[in-house]
Write a protein that binds this ligand. Structure first.
Ligand SMILES: Nc1nc2c(ncn2[C@@H]2O[C@H](COP(=O)(O)O)[C@@H](O)[C@H]2O)c(=O)[nH]1
Ligand SMILES: [Mg+2]
Length: 219
């Protein structure tokens, strides 16, 4: 890995871990291919992202903007780590939180994007905003979100995404803070859903054909 590359790359031939090496809820056992990123590794990677964020923002206040629903686990875990560092280091970053809801996927297909603010976003004016997202695939969602937020005149906008998908041939948006680059497969768990299922799975896993059919929206 090049030293300037600040994320972990999971290669296309990387198949992670067999399901029976981890505790998987019984109701999902037959719907998953393998464990791609175990919960413990997610946790350790987020700890390092929190440190990078604190070092970059130094003592400047930050508004964490959680992209619901998929980003909620990453958001709460990232903020917990930043809060722990705030308690225990020389540098500390005052934190505010906000939420936005974005929906684009049905089954494994991206459709028309709906962005709904939970609050009016005018109070982001003059603030350092950190968008916290679960995964960037084509990058369309993030580009649209950045357009929406720029209209509210924040002082700065940075993006943290736990995952980005490797999409050869298209120039995918690369966030400022990024956990893992993953192969172009549909992943679930750690709040990432398939038609609202699998948010209750701790590890990030690849869904299999049986899971796609069992939880399809077309029944
Ligand atoms: N559960 C999963 N959700 C996914 C996956 N890939 C994308 N997504 C959802 O779409 C947006 C980003 O898509 P983009 O094409 O506009 O970049 C992301 O916020 C997710 O909600 C996936 O593999 N699993
Ligand atoms: Mg999302």
């Amino acid at each position: 890995m090049a030293s300037s590359q600040k994320y972990i790359v999971l290669d296309d031939d990387y198949t992670g871990y067999p399901l029976d090496m981890f505790c998987i809820p019984k109701h999902y056992e037959d719907s998953l291919e393998h464990v791609l990123i175990p919960a413990g590794l997610i946790d350790d990677r987020i700890e390092r992202l929190a440190r990078d964020i604190i070092q970059d923002f130094r003592n400047e206040a930050l508004t964490g903007l959680c992209v619901l629903k998929g980003g909620y686990k990453f958001f709460t875990d990232l903020l917990d780590k930043i809060k722990a560092l705030n308690r225990n280091s020389e540098e500390s970053v005052p934190l505010a939180v906000d939420f936005i809801r974005v929906k684009s996927y049905t089954d494994t297909t991206s459709g028309e994007l709906q962005v709904t603010g939970i609050d009016n976003l005018d109070h982001l004016k003059g603030k350092n905003v950190l968008i916290v997202e679960d995964i960037i695939d084509t990058g369309k969602t993030m580009k649209r979100l950045l357009d929406v937020l720029q209209k509210h005149n924040p002082k700065s906008i940075k993006v943290a995404s736990l995952l980005t998908k490797r999409r050869p041939g298209i120039g995918v948006y690369k966030p400022d803070y990024m956990g893992f680059e993953v192969p172009n497969k549909f992943v679930v768990g750690y709040a990432l859903d398939y038609n609202e299922y699998f948010r209750d799975l701790s590890h990030i896993c690849v869904i299999n054909q049986s899971g796609i059919e069992k939880y399809t929206s077309k029944k």
